[in-house]
Write a protein that binds this ligand. Structure first.
Ligand code: ATP
Length: 435
């Protein structure tokens, strides 16, 4: 749970997402409301339900990104699901409750990671003792052990080979699924778990250097310190109180009055989703989960269907509507330069590993943004995702030859972009395939 104010949340989101002010503000308020709810007395707290959000906007403009970054900021369990998945052959009628079960699984992994961090110092100490024991033997005197400990700390033993007994985490049953029923093994009976328990405590002997062994040992020792029961309980609590479900393509499960065929199952999907959003209890193999306070962010382009085509009950459960606008060429310039994870930064860093110094000039960036915007217009508008294909193409030659060019400096200016991409963009037909 974060105690950031809405303004601070928006400013954090600004580091990664350009524009889309309304959507950022809406999710920031939703998150702050969770914090506000936590401050209330018990009886009132149970009465306050999250105000779910409907994000309306074309593909690739930041809907998922905003939600995912928000979840990260709040350390909230997060899952993205395509609503249309439940209309596909083989999925029709499939339990939408699986969404919550998957969210719980994600939360358990996340919780375990966070708790691992907490026990790391203790795990570190335990791992050190195991290395010392592997080198000095189990009956070494304390003074000998102390000497090895010192050497270990100074890195003198990094290349020493040791033999360790590690727990065998390979699970021969983990790949088993019931044919024709995707996911049918989950929730019913987990063979992996069953066999894991039956063969519990199996170990394998492995030889490796001290340096290599460290991470493995720390993670093994951390797992020993983590109580599964506590991890599960914390994860369930995190899902109930902080969970965020991102439901993409909700517009595709709308039944338009004039459309026919497939609509029964589409409206069916909305009906199935409704209890989850209204609040129900879902049983998972880790325990029951109440969905009342999970935040749902539904999203869709709504090119054909309109939000008013959703079932009225569903409309009522998605009271906050925000529109995200299509991205412009100017936005692309900003996305390429201003975000913390900007592609220009990423490519510069990647080429840096080959000792090739890459710099971008303003006209180079303008050329990249223009090409992305043009192709979006002439072929199909896939939003900021176009920048990925454009950049990959511009860097194709350099990516391949970089190892032979160590020490070189490369300037990505308008000329460079034209040389590597110019021809391709002249024809919409060619762009369709390569960009
Ligand atoms: N406004 C933006 N600022 C910075 N990056 C963006 C922006 N919009 C999209 N991107 C980048 O483009 C990619 C696709 O965006 P995202 O996944 O959010 O699309 P979306 O709007 O959810 O579309 P869809 O509904 O098709 O999934 C992401 O990698 C994201 O970082």
């Amino acid at each position: 749970m974060t105690d950031l104010t809405p303004r601070e949340i928006v400013s954090e989101l600004d580091r990664f997402i350009i524009g889309q002010r309304d959507a950022k503000r809406a999710v920031a308020v939703a998150l702050r409301n969770r914090w506000r709810r936590k401050q209330l007395s018990d009886d009132l707290r149970d009465e306050v339900y999250p105000k779910n959000i409907l994000m309306i906007g074309p593909t690739g403009v930041g809907k998922t990104e905003i939600s995912r970054r928000l979840a990260k900021l709040a350390r909230a369990p997060f899952i993205k699901v395509e609503a249309t998945k439940f209309t596909e052959v083989g999925y029709v009628g499939r339990d939408v409750e699986q969404i919550i079960r998957d969210l719980v699984d994600a939360a358990i992994i996340q919780t375990r990671d966070y708790m691992r961090e907490d026990v790391k110092p203790r795990a570190h100490a335990a791992a050190e003792e195991r290395v010392v024991e592997a080198i000095a033997g189990s009956d070494a005197r304390e003074s000998t052990r102390e000497m090895f400990r010192k050497k270990l700390k100074s890195g003198e033993l990094d290349n020493t080979e040791i033999e360790l007994e590690l727990s065998d985490s390979s699970n021969p049953m983990s790949m088993m699924e019931i044919p024709g029923q995707p996911g049918a093994n989950m929730g019913m009976m987990n063979l992996g778990d069953m066999f894991g328990k039956a063969f519990g405590g199996r170990t394998v002997k492995r030889r490796m250097t001290v340096a290599d062994s460290y991470e493995i040992l720390i993670s093994e020792e951390a797992d020993k310190l983590l109580d599964d029961e506590i991890v599960n309980r914390t994860a369930l609590e995190a899902v109930e109180q902080n969970g965020i479900v991102f439901l993409d393509e909700i517009d595709k499960v709308c039944a338009r009055t004039e459309a026919r065929g497939g609509d029964v199952s589409r409206e069916g999907v909305q009906r199935d989703l409704l209890p989850l959003i209204e609040g129900t209890t879902v049983s998972t193999k880790h325990g029951a989960v109440k969905t009342d306070h999970i935040l749902f962010i539904a999203s869709g382009a709504f090119h054909i269907a309109k939000p008013s085509d959703l079932l009225p009950e569903l409309q009522g459960r998605l009271p906050i509507r925000v529109e995200l606008r299509a991205l412009t060429e100017e936005d692309f310039v900003r996305i390429l330069t201003e975000t913390d994870n900007a592609l220009t930064r990423q490519y510069t860093a990647l080429m840096g590993t080959e000792e090739v110094t890459v710099t971008f000039t303003d006209d180079g960036i303008a050329a990249l943004a223009k090409i992305a915007a043009d192709v979006n217009q002439s072929v199909e508008n896939i939003g900021a995702r176009r920048l990925y294909t454009v950049m990959e193409r511009v860097f194709e030659e350099l990516s391949f030859t970089a190892p032979d060019r160590s020490g070189d400096a490369v300037t990505v200016d308008a000329g460079f972009v034209e040389a590597n991409l110019g021809e391709l963009t002249k024809s919409a037909d060619v762009s369709r395939y390569v960009l």
